[in-house]
Design a protein around this ligand. Structure first.
Ligand code: BGC
Length: 768
C-alpha cells in the first residue's frame, strides 16, 4: 500500500463564531452565459436508478456516499466496518487488486443497500506502466498521444479495480517556480483545452460502462496554477479576464468532452477558497456550463476552509462546502461528522444532500459498478506492464521530447560511438526517470538512459558515473514511498574525486551524453522552487565537460523549464525529455540514435532566468510597442526559447499562407492553408501553428493567441498543404469592459508557422 506523507491541517484559526450558512458573494459580479456549448446529457436510466436507491437510504447512508476514505490516513484502519454499515462511498490509495475486491465484496454483499465503492487513484501519467508526465504530453502537440496514453493507463489501472482517475490536471501554469506545472499542459488555454479533452476521452473510452475505463476527475478547479509567486497552495488572484479567457478554458473543454467529475482546488481564488466557492462551483460550473457530474474536494480541503480563515470550524466548513457544490469530501471527516446535524438544523437542505448523492450514484451506475465492481485478475495479469504498454509508453516518450539545440548536426549519432560516456545524476536513475506522481510505478521496471544506450549501442564501450549528486533536503510529499536517496559522497575529497572521474571519462570518450535536471521529488506537488538553476553542482559539471572540447549532448529531465541560458550558448546539442517514464531510456536511445526524430514543441515559454517569470507569450502589448523585449535594463525580456519552439533532425520551410476569405461572417469558420515542405533528407514531424490577434476591441487583446495547430509527418523533401480551421467560437472572448462574452467585428491578424514566432502573415475582417 502506498504510504504517503500525511497532510495535517495546521491548527485551524477559529475566527469567532461566524455561522455563515452558505453562499458568500460571488467572486465576480457578472453572470453572463458562457459561449453556448454543453456536455452531452447523461442517460436518464442512470437517474431513475439513482432516484430509486435514494428513496431507500437513511441520512447516514447518504452522507456515507459523500465520504471518501484514504487508506493511508489514520482513518484507513477499520474502514471495513464502516463500509459494511454503508458509511463509505469511495476509497483512495488502495492498490492491491485482491484488497480492492475484498473491500468491494463487503460493500456489495454485507452492506444493506449493496452500493459498490468508487475506487480512486492518482493515475496521472500511467499506473504501473509510467507514461511521460503531462507537460511532456502537451509537448507532443498531438492530442492523440495524450489520449492513447490515458487510454492505456485506464486499461491497466482498471484491471486493478481502480475506476476513477484524479486526472487530467488542466491548470494553466505560467510560472515555472510552481512545482505542479509538470502535471498540466503548460501556459496556453487552447493547447490546454485540446489536451484536456483528449485525456478525458482516453480515460473514459467510448462507453464508460466498459470495464476498462476510468471516470475522469478534472482538477484543480480552478486557478490553482495562478498561485502567487509560484508557491504551492498559495492564493490565486485572477481577474475575470484571466479566468474566463485563460484559466477556465481547459476546464470547460473537459466538461464538454464529458468528464464525469471535478476536483475543487486547495487555494483561495480572489479570497474565496475554491472548495467553498459557490460562484465557481455553482454559477459557473452548473448554471453556465451545465456540468452534470460531481465534485470531490481535494485532500482535506473542506476542513482547510477554516485554516483559510473562511469558515469558523468543521461544522461551518462542511455546511458551506456542500452548499457551494462539493458532493464528496476527500480524507477529512467534516461531512460525516457534521452534515447529519446540519440537516437537522436546516443549514443544509435534504435536497442538497440528495442532489450530491444522486450525482455520485449516477457515476457508479454509469461505470457499471453495480453490475460488476471487481478487478478482473486475469486481465490484470495480462495488462500489467505488458509489451503493448511498454511499446506505447516508449512511443509516447519519443513523441514528447523537444530538441532545443543541435549545432553542427551533432545529433543524431550516425553510428555507434566507439566510446561513449553517460554521465550525470539522472543517467541511471530509475525513480527519477518516472517523474513525480508515479505512485504505483516500480522504479525497478524503469529503463534508464544508461540502460537504453547500452542496449542500443551494444558494440560501444559505454562508461558511466554520476559526477555529482543531487537531492532535496526538505521532505517531499512522497518521501515515504520514494525517499530521495541520501548523498553517498559526504566529504569534499570524495565529491571532488567523483567530479574529476566523470570529467576524465568525458575526456577519454568519443562522445558524452550528460543527463541532468531535477530528481523526481523536485517537481510536482509541494515542490515549488525559488530558483530555476540546475540543482546542486550540475552546472559546474556541465561547464567542465564542455571545457574538455569533446562533443557533449545534454539530455534534460525536468518538470519545468530550467535556467539553461549558459547551455543554450555552449552545449552543442540539448534534448529535453521531461520525465519520460518506464521506457524512458529506450526512448532516449531511439531519439539520440535517430531511430526516432524529435518533433515535440514547447508547451511553455522558456525563460532565461527566474527573474523573468511569470513569462508567457499571450500578453498584451502596452506602450512603446517597438521595444517589447527591453522591459528590463539588466536582461532581455524575451524568452530563451519561445512557446511552440522545437527543432528536428529534419528542416522545414513553411510558406504561402492563404485565408479562404478576406471577410468572415461571424459564426463562420475560417480555413487557413499553408504549405509545409520537408527540405531535408530525413523524414520528420513539424507542428503547424496558427495564431490570431484582434487589432482593436472593447478590451485589449493579447499579441497572439494560439487558435489551431496540427502535427504532421513528412517524408524527405515531401511538401504538403495543411489546412487549419479557425473555429468561430475562438474569436469570442470575455470582455472585462462589457463584462460579457463578445465577438467583435474588425480586423484580425493571422500568423502561421512552427512556433509563436511564426511570421507568415495574413488578415481577415470579421463582419456581422
Ligand atoms: C492533490 C491532488 C491529488 C490528491 C490525492 C492532493 O494533495 O492536490 O492532485 O489528486 O492529493 O492524492
Amino acid at each position: 500500500m502506498v504510504i504517503r506523507v500525511l497532510r495535517s491541517v495546521s491548527a485551524a484559526a477559529v475566527v469567532g463564531s461566524l455561522a455563515l450558512s452558505c453562499c458568500m458573494t460571488p467572486t465576480m459580479g457578472a453572470q453572463q452565459a458562457a459561449p453556448p456549448t454543453a456536455p452531452a446529457p447523461i442517460d436518464p436510466a442512470a437517474y431513475r436508478f439513482a432516484d430509486k436507491l435514494l428513496k431507500q437510504m437513511t441520512l447516514e447512508e447518504k452522507v456515507g456516499q459523500m465520504t471518501q476514505v484514504a487508506l493511508n490516513s489514520p482513518d484507513g484502519p477499520g474502514v471495513e466496518d464502516r463500509i459494511r454499515k454503508g458509511l463509505v462511498g469511495s476509497l483512495l490509495f488502495i492498490k492491491d487488486p485482491n484488497e480492492i475486491n475484498r473491500m468491494q465484496k463487503i460493500a456489495m454483499e454485507e452492506s444493506r443497500l449493496h452500493i459498490p465503492l468508487l475506487i480512486g487513484f492518482d493515475v496521472i501519467h500511467g499506473y504501473r506502466t509510467i507514461y511521460p508526465v503531462p507537460l511532456a504530453m502537451a509537448a507532443s502537440w498531438e492530442p492523440e498521444t495524450a489520449e492513447k496514453a490515458q487510454r492505456m493507463a485506464a486499461r491497466e489501472a482498471s484491471s486493478f479495480g481502480i475506476r476513477w482517475a484524479f486526472a487530467p490536471m488542466v491548470d494553466i501554469a505560467r510560472d515555472p517556480r510552481w512545482g505542479r506545472i509538470m502535471e498540466g499542459a503548460g501556459e496556453d488555454p487552447y493547447l490546454g483545452a485540446r489536451m484536456a479533452e483528449a485525456q478525458v476521452r482516453g480515460f473514459q473510452g467510448k462507453d464508460l460502462s466498459d470495464p476498462d475505463t476510468l471516470l475522469a476527475c478534472v482538477k484543480h478547479f480552478a486557478g490553482y496554477g495562478g498561485a502567487v509567486g509560484g508557491r504551492d497552495y498559495d492564493s490565486a488572484n485572477l481577474s475575470d479576464d484571466q479566468l474566463y479567457n485563460v484559466y477556465l478554458k481547459p476546464y470547460q473543454a473537459a466538461v464538454n468532452a464529458g468528464a464525469g467529475s471535478l476536483m475543487s482546488a486547495y487555494m483561495d481564488l480572489n479570497s474565496v477558497p475554491a472548495t467553498g466557492n459557490k460562484w465557481l462551483l455553482h454559477d459557473v460550473l452548473r448554471d453556465q456550463w451545465k456540468f452534470p457530474g460531481f465534485v470531490v474536494s481535494d485532500w482535506e480541503s473542506v476542513k482547510s476552509l477554516t485554516t483559510h480563515g473562511f469558515t469558523a470550524d468543521d461544522h461551518d466548513a462542511a455546511v458551506r462546502a456542500v452548499n457551494a457544490g462539493v458532493a464528496m469530501e476527500m480524507t477529512s471527516h467534516t461531512y460525516r461528522e457534521q452534515l447529519p446535524s446540519a440537516v437537522q438544523k436546516g443549514e443544509v437542505s435534504i435536497a442538497t444532500i440528495d442532489g450530491a448523492v444522486r450525482e455520485i450514484l449516477v457515476a457508479k451506475y454509469r461505470l457499471g459498478l453495480f453490475k460488476n465492481p471487481y478487478a478482473d485478475l486475469q486481465r490484470n495479469a495480462a495488462e500489467t506492464l505488458s509489451e503493448e504498454q511498454r511499446a506505447a509508453t516508449r512511443h509516447a516518450a519519443t513523441r514528447t521530447a523537444v530538441l532545443l539545440r543541435n549545432e553542427g548536426k551533432l545529433l543524431p549519432m550516425k553510428q555507434a560511438p566507439r566510446t561513449l560516456a553517460v554521465i550525470g545524476p539522472l543517467a541511471d536513475a530509475q525513480a527519477d526517470t518516472m517523474g513525480s506522481w508515479s505512485l504505483a510505478g516500480h522504479p525497478e521496471d524503469t529503463i534508464t538512459v544508461l540502460q537504453g544506450l547500452k542496449k542500443r549501442f551494444p558494440t560501444s564501450e559505454i562508461r558511466s558515473t554520476k559526477g555529482v549528486e543531487i537531492w532535496r533536503d526538505q521532505r517531499s510529499i512522497f518521501d515515504d514511498q520514494f525517499p530521495d536517496p541520501k548523498p553517498t559522497l559526504t566529504t569534499e575529497e570524495a565529491k571532488k574525486a567523483e567530479f574529476d572521474r566523470a570529467i576524465e571519462m568525458v575526456r577519454n570518450s568519443d562522445m558524452t551524453v550528460l543527463v541532468l535536471g531535477e530528481a523526481q521529488t523536485m517537481s510536482g506537488e509541494r515542490a515549488s522552487r525559488a530558483s530555476l538553476t540546475l540543482p546542486g553542482k550540475q552546472q559546474e559539471l556541465l561547464e567542465a565537460a564542455v571545457a574538455t572540447g569533446k562533443p557533449v549532448v545534454l539530455v534534460l529531465m525536468n518538470g519545468r523549464p530550467l535556467d539553461i541560458t549558459w547551455a543554450s550558448q555552449h552545449v552543442p546539442a540539448i534534448l529535453d525529455v521531461w520525465y519520460p517514464g518506464t521506457e524512458g531510456g529506450n526512448a532516449v536511445a531511439d531519439l539520440l540514435s535517430g531511430d526516432a526524430n524529435p518533433g515535440g514543441k514547447l508547451p511553455i515559454t522558456w525563460p532565461r532566468s527566474v527573474g523573468q517569470v511569470p513569462l508567457y507569450y499571450a500578453d498584451n502589448l502596452t506602450q512603446i510597442a517597438s521595444e517589447p523585449n527591453t522591459r528590463y535594463w539588466d536582461s532581455s525580456s524575451a524568452p530563451l526559447y519561445p512557446f511552440g519552439f522545437g527543432l528536428s533532425y529534419s528542416s522545414f520551410a513553411v510558406s504561402n499562407v492563404h485565408a479562404a476569405s478576406e471577410t468572415l461572417r461571424m459564426g463562420q469558420p475560417l480555413q487557413v492553408s499553408v504549405d509545409v515542405q520537408n527540405t531535408s533528407d530525413t523524414a520528420g514531424d513539424d507542428v503547424v501553428q496558427l495564431y490570431v490577434h484582434q487589432r482593436a476591441g472593447s478590451a485589449s487583446r493579447p499579441v497572439r493567441e494560439l487558435k489551431a495547430f496540427q502535427r504532421i509527418s513528412l517524408k524527405p523533401h515531401e511538401s504538403r498543404t495543411v489546412t487549419l480551421t479557425l473555429q468561430p467560437n475562438e474569436l469570442t472572448y470575455w470582455s472585462a469592459s462589457s463584462r460579457s462574452w463578445v465577438t467583435e467585428p474588425g480586423t484580425y491578424d493571422v500568423w502561421t508557422g512552427d512556433s509563436v514566432k511564426a511570421d507568415l502573415h495574413t488578415t481577415f475582417t470579421l463582419v456581422r
